[in-house]
Design a binder for this molecule. Structure first.
Ligand code: BGC
Length: 720
């Protein structure tokens, strides 16, 4: 990967200060340059500049991977930045590599991160028209200075002193960094993707000065200020206001999420670059002069994903829900699919990722994004084949939980189904099969998964008081997912031409054992899993029983992370589309629309993050940007608009378009940019009739009112 470069760092304890590494050189005279390429990576996060100009658009590079085994190297074309006299600089902050994650119990892994030294490796190659080249590698010829970044860390924020004058450069030390884990860039670049102007600046009843961006974003604030050298700016971040309209950030737990900036003289624009925050509001604890909205912009920072899905409806609440789901994805697809972007967590929770992967893959093109993360999963799985709760694995002491570790099978299968390239199955098959084998070796009862430690139906509304876990039986959920993962291993194996006979036998055995052991279904989630995974002996009767149970429960869901994603599918797939719509359109708590009545601009972790009396669910676990329940958008694409892939034709080379219109919505207009072409489905109620407009670039089976039409690519209108 590098021909001559060596790892370098300061060789001295620099505390929290971010070092800036430097190398000056001159271009030889009379040799016109053909191209210049910079290859670079860091242990930490870096910002490189050539002659004062930022190199590339990748922020928080090199992104987040399982660093012990996989560290991405970036390559930038810097031809346009060269001059005769050159200065290449690179600042390296702690980033994920050395962020100890405050607040979490001490573990050997956390201790290791706390004391890790950041380091840099880079190589600039200038090739000339005459066929020759020079290489500028990191080595003893580099030196370093203290940068104005006096502190930077993922969770706590950044401290920047614009008045700081760098001292004399000191020589760099060679560092014994890893060479065998270097890999080319695999994921999408993280970039500054969108800018949101501040909506207002206001004082709270408690007397604090706040800026409201009107939208929760993940990224950073950019501000403009006219100040004197030494003036201070101090900013805290928050997602919501409390019931009295005051600033609230207790739910960030131990993440300080703070910016401190010391001004230089005059007009200046600044934003941090080696950290990020999840926020809608900022609190100006110190700000020189009067603060006006036009001085503040929220910059949304996330992976450079191409949007592929569009959903528009005749219902204002649902439109806001859709917007919240997209913002939830943007806010949590910052190189790794994370649970949340604000508190002392921001981790690649496997359960959350598998819950949302289908929705994610329809909203945006996430093939590369997931391919990279799944390779980290393979790198970080336990020797037993077990897959942990978070990837990259910051919590190596954690147990393997059902519905979390099953991300190992569900994510690659879903990505394959959406995009059609079996490469992801090939890359992940061993991990998929290994996960099922792990369960087989870990269970205390053959052909079921019993005796494990699980997150259960996490945050289910039927949880006994004081528990985060819904009432569905853990062994039930674990065994159902054991069956489902085995099913996906068989499907993937068949695509790849693998011998899957032992998994076929296992699947039969699990089904038998499951039916003998769990003859009754006690909760909504237990019904849903039995229906959706095809485990119930009589699926229609189970779906009818689920509908009756929901009615008995007051026409409301009681489900958590495990049951919710499949809830509406389980209903509408079996004759209860009307009830599915009722749940989706419900406005009182608990429902998808309730948070919208409370001003939500992203998806909440809890159905009652802000309760009906205006109080908070808790400070302990209350994220207002948790994408998991936003998975409901897959039902809107697949069942409401009815655009589905045909499992036998992955990548939408053939589609099924079977809309489920409901007059309460008025109209729905959905389109998907698939790998095989664009598909759109629109329906509108006109009096007692429904008009359907379907446009498909791929052959499709259209199903209207139970009637099937096999159609070629084209534009079709139906009336009912
Ligand atoms: C995270 C979740 C995650 C869970 C595991 C939480 O702290 O925020 O989204 O899946 O832990 O139960």
């Amino acid at each position: 990967m590098f021909k001559q470069a060596k790892w370098i760092n300061t060789g001295l304890p620099t505390g929290d200060v971010v070092p800036e590494y430097r190398r000056r050189w001159q271009l030889p005279e009379g040799r016109p340059v053909r191209a210049a390429t910079l290859r670079v990576t860091a242990l930490g996060v870096y910002e490189a500049a050539l002659n004062g100009q930022r190199v590339g658009e990748f922020v928080l590079a090199p992104g987040w991977t399982s660093y012990d085994t996989r560290l991405q190297v970036q390559e930038y074309d810097v031809t346009g930045l060269l001059s005769d006299e050159n200065l290449l600089t690179c600042r390296v902050g702690k980033g994920w590599y050395a962020s100890p994650m405050p607040g979490w119990k001490d573990s050997p892994d956390k201790q290791r991160r706390r004391v890790r030294q950041t380091a840099l490796i880079a190589e600039l190659t200038v090739s000339f028209e005459d066929g020759g080249a020079v290489v500028i590698p990191t080595d003893e010829r580099w030196n370093w200075v203290e940068s104005p970044v006096r502190f930077s860390e993922i969770y706590d924020g950044e401290v920047y002193d614009a008045s700081f004058a760098a001292g004399e450069p000191k020589p760099c030390a060679l560092f014994d960094g890893p060479m065998d884990c270097l890999i080319p860039q695999e994921g999408e670049e993280i970039r500054e993707m969108e800018r949101v102007a501040a909506k207002s600046v206001f004082s709270t009843p408690a007397g604090d000065l706040l800026v409201d961006f009107g939208q929760e974003v993940t990224g950073w604030v950019e501000f403009t200020v006219d100040a004197h050298a030494g003036d201070e700016v101090r900013i805290l971040h928050g997602e919501v206001l409390d019931r009295d309209g005051n600033f609230y950030n207790e739910n960030y737990r131990s993440a300080k999420a703070e910016l401190r900036y010391t001004c230089r003289e005059g007009l200046q624009i600044w934003h941090p670059g080696l950290t990020f925050f999840g926020f809608r509001y900022i609190k100006l604890d110190a700000f020189p002069g009067e603060a006006r909205p036009e001085q503040f912009t929220a910059v949304a920072v996330y992976s450079n994903l191409r949007r592929t899905g569009e959903v528009h409806t005749g219902h204002a609440g649902i439109n806001q829900l859709i917007s919240n789901i997209f913002w939830g994805q943007k806010g949590n697809f910052l190189d790794v699919p994370t649970d949340c972007p604000q508190r002392d967590e921001r981790l690649g929770w496997t359960g959350d990722a598998q819950v949302f992967v289908r929705a994610a893959s329809l909203n945006y093109d996430v093939e590369r994004f997931f391919a990279k993360w799944l390779r980290d999963m393979t790198a970080d799985r336990f020797p037993s084949g077990g897959v942990g709760s978070v990837i990259p694995n910051y919590l190596p002491e954690d147990k393997c939980s059902a519905a979390w570790g099953d991300a190992a099978t569900i994510c690659p299968w879903t990505i394959y189904q959406t995009y059609g390239d079996p490469g992801i199955l090939r890359a992940q098959f061993e991990t998929m099969a290994g996960w099922v084998d792990y369960i087989t070796s870990a269970t205390t009862t053959p052909n079921l998964w019993t005796g494990g430690t699980h997150f259960a139906d996490w945050l289910g509304l039927d949880a006994p008081s004081g528990s985060y876990k819904g009432s569905s039986r853990e062994d039930f959920i674990a065994s159902a997912f054991y069956f489902y993962s085995t099913t996906l291993v068989i499907k993937a194996g068949r695509v790849l031409g693998e011998d899957v006979s032992r998994f076929e036998a296992l699947r039969e055995a699990i089904a038998r054992a499951f039916r003998e052991t769990f003859a009754d279904y006690r909760t909504q989630t237990e019904h849903i899993l039995a229906i959706h995974f095809g485990l119930a002996e009589d699926i229609q009767a189970t779906a009818d029983a689920l509908a009756a149970l929901i009615e008995r429960d007051g026409v409301q869901m009681k489900t958590g992370f495990v049951g919710t994603p499949y809830l509406l599918h389980a209903l509408s797939d079996h004759g209860h589309a009307d009830l599915a719509w009722t749940l989706l359109l419900r406005e009182q708590y608990p429902s998808w629309l309730y948070p919208i009545s409370r001003g939500a601009t992203t998806i909440w972790e809890h159905w009652d993050g802000i309760m009906e009396d205006g109080g908070f669910w808790s400070a302990d676990m209350n994220s207002f940007n948790h994408y998991a329940y936003g998975s409901v958008i897959d039902w809107i694409y697949e069942k409401a608009a009815g655009i589905r892939h045909d499992e036998a034709h992955p990548g939408f080379s053939r589609a099924i378009i079977a809309p489920n219109p409901d007059p309460r919505l008025g109209w729905l207009d959905v389109s998907l940019e698939t790998r095989s072409g664009r598909i759109s489905s629109k329906w509108v109620f006109q009096g007692d009739s429904v008009r359907y407009d379907i446009e498909t670039a791929v052959p499709a089976q259209i199903v209207i009112d139970g009637r099937q039409y096999d159609v070629a690519p084209g534009v079709y209108t139906f009336w009912r």
